[in-house]
Write a protein that binds this ligand. Sequence first.
Ligand SMILES: [Zn+2]
Length: 96
Amino acid sequence: MKYYKELGYNGNFGDVIHVKVDDIKPTSHVKINTECPMCKKEHRIQYCDYYKQQHTLCNSCATTYFNTKIMFVSIVVKRLLKYLMVIIIVVNILNI
Ligand SMILES: [Zn+2]
């Protein structure tokens, strides 16, 4: 929580806070709710996984995506994410 408090967020252990995607630590194991840009289904991923992958595709769409190599999808996803707010559930201080 210290990290987020320094960024101006308020919240205690167990609280749900809204944090901008840009403010999440790249190594955070926090779960984020994301929407798959291809099938529009919601799914939850760990932020560190998203950071590594740089996309929010679900597993099945990711397979399709990487098989067909549609590069522009990745660029669209990155642009959308700038405006996406995510919900952080503070379940474990040590992981955040
Ligand atoms: Zn999908």
